[in-house]
Design a protein around this ligand. Structure first.
Ligand code: GLA
Length: 394
């Protein structure tokens, strides 16, 4: 049987005569014959916990785990080491009712069958690289073309479809975390250099889900990692996200051609349906942008240090998600390619605009756009990227 362990589970038992705290390792006092067991007037409080269980097996027989991180307020994130995918994220509404706000599948099978990056860790290069090629130090690298003539989200077998190695699982008073690693070999999907990566998901006591990435290479390469969660703050599968109010810390965006490759221009959002500098419902102008939003916004922060990027508010539940990131860009994608053909968690069919993604990132096609912030990683340098999703209600 698969090893199952609780890293930290603390039960706080409040009795009539005072509080008794049962820490891990301590035993509950057994009542003597003259005592009667205190009635469970007791209130149970969960503290931070990090737990591992079996999720299933890949077709080549590799065992896959599911990690559950829980915080004091009952927020719960489930993550698998297949694709380092965020499988679910339960957060409270304004009345304290929890709902899973991410699209995905109940079982590993759904993820193995293929899906549009639900919750996945995306790499080695998130988003598109035009004509699936780039030149680095005078050498042309040809990548897998998996989106027409372009390269998308790391290629045919990107980081979302590989098995990540569990590195750490723990909880203390402040956070519960799981850390995983993956070594992408020199030449994988066409990229140069062995790239050693880690991703850490940490759920904090302040209702934040923090995703941290690190990578090192032994040859000059390009890196751009992100998380591709599909959010619906009313609860996954409940309907479209057109009524969500969105505010972005971005005065500019990168316009794209028909293949969704940036033209290289950095354009103001002013007086256009791209403008989310003031809170606007996602649906208010979506018809004016063709199939929906699928654009990279240029964050005013410029990247480099953790800064406010986006806030989404869902009026019926009151849930708010705020995103801070060290990245210079964020892709707003409104689930334009969802068409109801995929059935996800709890049997819900995922239709067009049933979720939105805010993928923090460097700009698409940066390896071919010298005017965009650099995505080049040299041996001896460390790639780091942090994105924090904070949840509260109104
Ligand atoms: C992204 C891209 C979209 C689409 C989805 C996955 O974020 O920008 O065009 O490919 O991933 O379906």
């Amino acid at each position: 049987m698969k090893k199952r362990f609780w890293i930290n589970f603390v039960l706080v038992v409040t009795t009539v005569c005072g509080a008794a705290v049962c820490m891990p390792g301590c035993k509950k006092k057994t009542p003597t014959s003259t005592e009667t067991e205190a009635k469970p007037k007791a209130k149970e409080t969960r503290l931070m916990s990090a737990n591992e269980e079996t999720f299933g097996q890949t077709s080549d027989g590799r065992g896959i785990n599911l990690y559950t991180l829980t915080n004091t307020n009952g927020l719960k994130a489930r993550i698998t080491n297949y694709g380092a995918i965020l499988v679910s994220l339960e957060v409270p509404d304004r009345n304290g009712r929890l709902a899973d706000i991410t699209l995905g599948f109940d079982a590993l099978e759904g993820y193995l069958k293929g899906h549009p990056y639900f919750g996945a860790t995306v790499g080695r290069y998130a988003n598109r690289i035009g004509k699936a090629r780039f030149v680095l130090d005078g050498v042309e690298y040809k990548l897998a073309a998996n989106n027409g003539e372009n390269h998308l989200h790391g290629g045919i077998k990107g980081f979302d479809k590989v098995v990540w190695k569990p590195e750490d699982l723990r909880a203390d008073d402040n956070e519960a975390l799981v850390k995983m690693s993956y070594v992408s070999e020199d030449g994988e999907e066409g990229y140069p250099g062995n790239l050693a990566c880690t991703v850490t998901y940490a759920l904090t006591k302040d209702n934040e889900l923090k995703m941290s990435y690190e990578a090192e290479t032994d040859k000059t390469t390009v890196v751009n990692l992100t998380n591709h969660s599909y959010f619906n703050l009313a609860g996954q599968g409940t309907g479209d996200i057109l009524g969500h109010e969105l505010k972005l810390n971005a005065d500019k965006y990168t316009p794209v051609d028909e293949g969704l490759i940036p033209t290289g221009e950095i354009r103001s959002v002013k007086d256009s349906p791209m403008d989310f500098t003031l809170p606007m419902s996602i649906g208010s102008r979506i018809k004016q942008v063709g199939n929906g939003y699928d654009h990279n916004y240029v964050l005013n922060s410029g990247g480099g240090s953790l800064a406010w990027a986006a806030r989404a508010y869902e009026p019926t539940s009151g849930r708010i998600m705020e995103i801070h990131t060290t990245e210079p860009g964020v892709q707003l994608y409104t689930g334009n390619f969802l068409d109801g053909s995929l059935t996800g968690k709890a049997g819900k069919a995922y239709k067009k605009h049933y979720a939105f993604c805010l993928e923090t990132q460097h700009f698409p096609d940066s390896p071919n756009k010298p005017n965009f912030p650099s995505v080049v990683l040299q041996p001896g340098q460390k790639y780091t990227s942090v994105t924090v999703h904070k949840f509260y209600t109104r």
